[in-house]
Design a binder for this molecule. Structure first.
Ligand code: 16G
Ligand code: ZN
Length: 555
């Protein structure tokens, strides 16, 4: 590193001092905190993103300013790798150390110089870094994004491109597209989603009835997802989708609205009520990477029927599996290629969903909580479908599968155009374009759900009937030190403190279909408790007993 670069870094870093007494951790989904204390973190995240780009020979890196479903006064930052996926876990310890460096000197000499040398990152200008930046609608976003830009600019020759207000998945999609040499603007994103959605509708057996698709009402969490969905609807030129909670009517981001609220509280979000009984409803979260559906069963209460990430996973898996089997039917020539289809869940997946998927002949695997783990596992399949119950998930298609599919589709169009097999191939290709393969995306997920329901001719109730969720209950327990709990087997078994797992097993066995687990939260200072059982009272009782166990071992 030359003197000029050194003094540039030192000068800029001195303008963004670390707030006293704060510790930041990249956690499961980036840095998050009260927006007022985040300027140094943003500046430093800008540096990390630049270094990450240099490390990848100048590939585009993404930096998204958002705190997702958290309250409006919070903010945060996530970094997207060249693939459009989350920042490599290998860089997390460095990222944490940079965020917590006490001063500019420490940051430069003890961290950046050492790390750059170890990673073979050179500052000689032979490679130029590029960072694409986006932010959600939080009022603090603009000034925090400026701080991140300064971080990028503190590495000479780096370029920060501000893409303005975006959903998190849009930014991830753009990063992926840019690095694949594809068109990557917001208009291209909308065009790709709209085009592939239309294609799936036109390929549906009942396509003649597309003007009869019943109404869908979407809760936009008063956030960026609402704004972007409105644009997407214009491009789709459809009238069946109504967006509520778009932030324009005075509602506050994530307050009494949004996917996280609906999924955790299981109550009707603001802006919805008695007039919506029986209608298909959906909720996005604050940065539109999560989606859940719901129904309001009666005008008199606040209860909802939740159709969560597990149900979306099941719907997608069923459709894809069907199309795949049509495509492979009686296939003599290409029998050598048997695509591997796998589904990935976490311990939070409702036991009934896992049973359903297994009964349907699907391979189900589990990973710890956090999109990065699920995504990594899903990428091992030709078609890997992953979802967390909270509504974050997507479908990944391997390069090898997509080239096979394209070849197969070309072959079918010359030999048997209009056949079931050809349509199945075209549908799978459309799904691969509609679904955001960089990361879970509420907008593309929503269009895929809508296209599949239309294809099947199903209402939301019919979809919901795929299987019946076991009643479940989640609690959190405040403890002195959440790191005292260490888990294994995708968070289903506690190895520390000793003895607690055996106690959990004994209690769970007392309840019909009882299953429970505990894990330290990655985003809050608590131990989370999950319990499910054959009735609501049993699930509540089991959760309460497990929470008491946690208190007695760790309180
Ligand atoms: C983050 C994760 C989400 C996970 C949640 C768990 C991403 C993009 N988001 O929001 O996947 O479900 O954390 O939170 O990875 P917890 O560790 O506090 O339970
Ligand atoms: Zn989110």
């Amino acid at each position: 590193m030359n003197d000029e670069q050194r003094s540039l870094l030192l000068r800029s870093a001195a303008r963004f001092p670390l707030p006293e007494g704060m510790r930041f951790s990249y956690g499961t989904a980036g840095f998050r905190a009260d927006a007022l204390v985040l300027h140094s973190t943003m500046f430093r995240a800008g540096i990390i993103a630049s270094l990450r780009s240099l490390k990848n020979d100048g590939a585009v890196i993404g930096l998204m300013v958002t705190a997702s479903h958290n309250q409006i006064t919070d903010n945060g930052v996530k970094i997207a790798d060249p693939s459009g996926g989350m920042l490599s876990q290998l860089w997390e310890p460095f990222t944490d150390a940079v965020a917590n460096a006490p001063d500019a000197d420490h940051l430069l000499r003890q961290l950046i110089c050492d790390f750059a040398e170890k990673e073979g990152i050179s500052f000689d200008g032979s490679c130029r870094a590029e960072v694409l930046m986006g932010r959600d609608t939080r009022p603090s976003g603009e000034s925090l994004l400026e701080a991140a830009k300064e971080g990028v600019n503190a590495i000479a020759g780096s370029a920060a491109t501000d893409m303005g207000v975006l959903t998190a998945p849009q930014l991830h999609w753009m990063v992926r597209a840019r690095n694949r040499g594809e068109k990557a603007s917001e208009v291209h994103y909308f065009e790709q989603l709209a085009g592939s959605f239309r294609c799936l509708i036109d390929l549906a057996p009942n396509h003649g009835q597309k003007s009869t698709i019943s109404k869908l009402v979407v809760d936009g969490a008063n956030g960026v997802g609402a704004e972007k969905l409105e644009l997407l609807i214009k491009m789709l030129d459809v009238s069946f989708i109504e967006v509520r909670n778009n932030g324009k009517g005075g509602g506050i981001l994530n307050e009494g609205v949004g996917a996280d609220y609906v999924q955790k509280e299981r109550v009707v979000p603001d802006g919805f009520g008695g007039d919506d009984v029986g209608i298909r409803c959906a909720s996005l979260d604050g940065d539109a990477d999560r989606l859940v559906y719901f129904m309001i069963p009666s005008a008199s209460g606040k209860d909802i029927i939740l159709v969560d990430g597990d149900k979306m996973l099941s719907l997608f898996a069923l459709f894809i599996k069907d199309q795949l089997s049509v495509l492979l039917q009686g296939d003599v020539k290409d029998n050598s290629f048997q695509p591997r289809l796998g589904v990935v869940q976490t311990a939070y997946a409702n036991g009934a969903s896992t049973d359903y998927l297994k009964r349907s002949g699907l391979e189900v695997i589990f990973t710890p909580t956090g999109v990065k783990y699920l995504h990594e596992k899903a990428a091992e399949y030709d078609i890997g479908i992953y979802f967390e119950a909270n509504g974050h998930g997507t479908v990944l298609f391997s390069k090898c599968f997509l080239s096979w599919l394209e070849a197969r589709s070309n072959e079918l169009s010359s030999n048997s155009a209009g056949s079931d097999q050809q349509r199945a191939a075209l549908r799978l290709m459309a799904v691969s374009k509609l679904i955001n393969q960089a990361i879970g995306d509420a907008l593309s997920g929503l269009l895929l759900v809508e296209a599949i329901l239309f294809h099947m001719g199903w209402s939301i109730s019919q979809w919901n009937e795929l299987y019946h969720d076991l009643p479940s209950r989640q609690l959190k327990v405040k403890v002195k030190d959440r790191t005292a709990v260490v888990t294994t087997n995708a968070e289903t078994t506690v190895v520390k403190p000793p003895g607690i797992q055996e106690a959990i097993n004994v209690v769970s066995a007392k309840y019909p279909r009882g299953r429970s687990f505990i894990r330290p939260s990655g985003t809050e200072d608590v131990i989370r408790v999950y319990a499910e059982a054959s009735t609501k009272d049993y699930a509540d009782g089991l959760a309460k007993s497990i929470a008491e166990l946690v208190e007695s071992y760790l309180g």
